[in-house]
Design a protein around this ligand. Structure first.
Ligand SMILES: [Zn+2]
Length: 85
């Protein structure tokens, strides 16, 4: 079975100042919760069903990801590593 994949190649660029940030938006994917319908049927207190809209895609039937890359200066000391805070 074929599968289309998106790949992001990480490569630092010459940029004045630090830290810097890059943002990417993926293509849109079919919402895995509503399978692209954008609907979510819920039973009312009267036994009817109403479309309340999919809470994952807000009724659009599609989702996408925002990928943010925060470039940081390398450090020989773990003391300066923001991930250790
Ligand atoms: Zn959805």
């Amino acid at each position: 079975m074929s599968e289309l994949k998106e790949q992001l190649e990480l490569r630092p660029c010459a940029h004045y100042g630090r830290p810097w940030r890059e943002c990417f938006m993926t293509r849109k994917y079919e919402c895995p919760y509503c399978h692209g319908s954008g609907e979510r049927m819920e039973e009312t207190p009267f036994g009817d069903y109403e479309d309340t809209g999919c809470p994952h895609c807000n009724g659009s039937g599609e989702v996408f990801a925002l990928v943010t890359i925060d470039w940081q200066a390398g450090s020989a000391s773990k003391k300066n590593n923001p991930l250790n805070d």
